[in-house]
Design a protein around this ligand. Structure first.
Ligand code: NAD
Length: 530
């Protein structure tokens, strides 16, 4: 009989599924003393189920000698050490689609509350006042809604906004324009959306690229008197810049469910008279809680029974078969790197496999799909929904298998094509688990697909490496390793080259701009594969 430990409370609907399956269930007590014993208790269980409170650290996973599955009842897996789970062969499953409608509807709850001053009017009425003049609101009808991030929630919001008579204009550089066309949604560059929208609503994940996407400069480009709604993730908006824009009255108001620091320590935003806010409750509905609990319970049980048809965040060694895990990791990292280097919307992914064990073909190509989507879809992409998400977004996925490559016993090629061109990478596994990229477009080089990589295209002339070293050194950025490759000469005798540098620190955008300004450098991209 499977033994399952519930570390955080789970909705009754999920408990029922566990009980019906006849598993042994234990709920960890809420008191600190029992929580402190968790590292000892965990050793007896086959699976643990957590929400966001319990930190599933590498140490806790190691102490779970019998642990096979971690169920995360929700989307985000920030509180679970995924690489450690993968190394230990522990499957991590989550419930990524349970709260889409709840978050969509909450966006409107906030938007309408903001437009019609509902919270302030309610407070005034409770205080015994009857003041109708103070609460002159705005109609949504005829206004323009700027949707930033046109994924599942963004599309659902756009659909409902039309029912309110709103005009919708959206920005999503990673969505195939044909998908937007089919949805009959007008797409525009971010600056144009900000300039025309009466209300800007955010529906994108928090990634390296989207952190402070709504910065002071971008807020300044928003239409004067417009409003901002953030029901996505804290950190996408620079909260200080937003506060300043509200204080200067450049923005008429903001509705926020999420904050850079949660719960907010600096209360000036939530106390601001033109801010409507809620404590990250976008997913807090009866239905979403039930769906999270039932999806998680079903996934944990299926995973314990050895099914691969689960919404797994990782596919550990055990699931991929002996020796498979490094190939899955390589394929995913090649996908992440290729799609980050490409940038913009993706049309096609080709996965080429040379000499890779036939049993791994399916899993390796799914890992590549997950990898290419992750830079712009974040953690919501798992091994089960990756292919479906790619299909929904109009990305064609092609897999080709070949006999062993001449120079390597096995080789994985990932080629991505999109609006901005094509990027081709190939990699292999040295020894048991040493991952290497061995080709980037026409260049042959060798580097590990991990860490913070600075990828440069430059002219092959003396002194480039020295200049890079000084510029990064002056900025306090240490180069951990560097890999160079040169192409063939063009008619003028000029030779192009690429340099891949692994950095210990993340350089500031200004440092990258200075690198890009070097006459020998034609392109400099920072890709974080941590
Ligand atoms: P999704 O993956 O379906 O869509 C995200 C979209 O953002 C994608 O289409 C992607 O191409 C786009 N995107 C990525 N980077 C972008 C960029 N730099 N500029 C513009 N667009 C970009 O995700 P979803 O399920 O629709 O969720 C959207 C957001 O809502 C996520 O951040 C999610 O965590 C959040 N969310 C919040 C709550 C809550 O409680 N408030 C609940 C559910 C979801």
């Amino acid at each position: 009989m499977h033994r399952i430990l519930l570390c955080d409370p789970l909705d009754e609907s999920g408990l029922e599924i566990f009980r019906d399956a006849g598993v042994e269930l234990r709920q960890l007590g809420d008191g600190d003393s029992e929580r402190e014993q968790l590292p000892e208790i965990v050793a007896d269980f086959d699976a643990i189920v957590v929400r966001s409170r319990t930190q599933v650290t590498a140490d806790l996973l190691r102490r779970g000698r019998n642990l096979k599955v971690v169920g995360r009842a929700g989307i985000g897996v920030d509180n679970v050490d995924i690489p450690a789970a993968t190394d230990l062969g522990i499957l991590v499953v989550n419930a990524p689609t349970a709260n889409l409608i709840s978050a969509t509807e909450h966006t409107f709850a906030l938007l309408l509350a903001l437009a019609r001053n509902v919270p302030a009017a309610e407070r005034s009425l409770r205080a015994g006042e009857w003041d109708r003049k103070r609460f002159i609101g705005l109609e949504l009808d005829g206004k323009t809604l700027g949707v930033v991030g046109l994924g599942r929630i963004g599309q659902a919001v756009a659909h409902r906004a039309r029912a309110f008579g709103m005009k919708v204009v959206a920005y999503d550089p990673y969505l195939d324009p044909l998908v937007a066309k089919r949805l009959e949604i007008e797409m525009a560059p971010l600056e144009a959306v900000l300039a025309v929208a009466d209300v800007v609503t955010l529906h994108l994940p928090l990634t390296d690229e989207t952190r402070h996407l709504i910065s002071a400069e971008r807020i300044a480009r928003m239409k004067p008197g417009s409003m901002l709604v953030n029901c996505a993730r804290g950190g996408i908006v620079d909260d200080r810049a937003l506060l300043e824009a509200l204080e200067s009255e450049h923005l008429a108001g903001a509705a926020l469910d999420v904050f850079e620091v949660e719960p907010p320590v600096d209360r000036r935003l939530i106390d601001h008279p033109r801010v409507v806010s809620t404590p990250h409750i976008g997913a807090q509905t009866r239905e979403a809680q039930e769906r999270v609990a039932t999806q998680t319970a079903r996934m944990v049980l299926a995973a314990l029974d050895g099914s691969l048809a689960v919404t797994a965040v990782n596919l550990p060694f055990r699931a991929a078969g002996p020796g498979g895990e490094p190939y899955l990791r390589l394929s995913e990292q090649l996908g992440r790197l290729a799609s980050s280097l490409l940038g913009g919307s993706l049309k096609k992914l080709q996965v080429d496999l040379w000499g890779v064990d036939e049993e791994l073909h399916g899993a390796v190509s799914i890992a590549a799909v997950r990898g290419v989507l992750r830079p712009f879809l974040g953690e919501a992409v798992n091994f089960v929904n990756a292919e479906k998400l790619a299909e929904d977004r109009g990305v064609e996925v092609v897999r080709a298998t070949h006999r062993q490559a001449a120079e390597y016993s096995s080789l994985i090629g990932v080629t991505v094509t999109g609006a901005r061109g094509t990027v081709e990478l190939a990699g292999t596994v040295f020894g048991e688990s040493d991952l290497r990229v061995v080709r980037y477009d026409d260049y042959r080089l060798e580097f590990r697909p991990e860490g913070r990589l600075l990828v440069l295209s430059n002219r092959d002339v003396p002194g480039v490496v020295g200049k890079l070293g000084s510029l990064l050194g002056e900025a306090g950025v240490n180069i951990a390793d560097i890999h160079l490759a040169r192409g063939s000469a063009n008619r003028e005798g000029e030779v192009d080259a690429v340099a891949v540098l692994r950095l210990d620190q993340r350089p500031a955008e200004a440092v990258l701009d200075r690198l890009r300004a070097l006459p020998e450098v034609s392109k400099a991209q920072l890709v974080d594969l941590e």
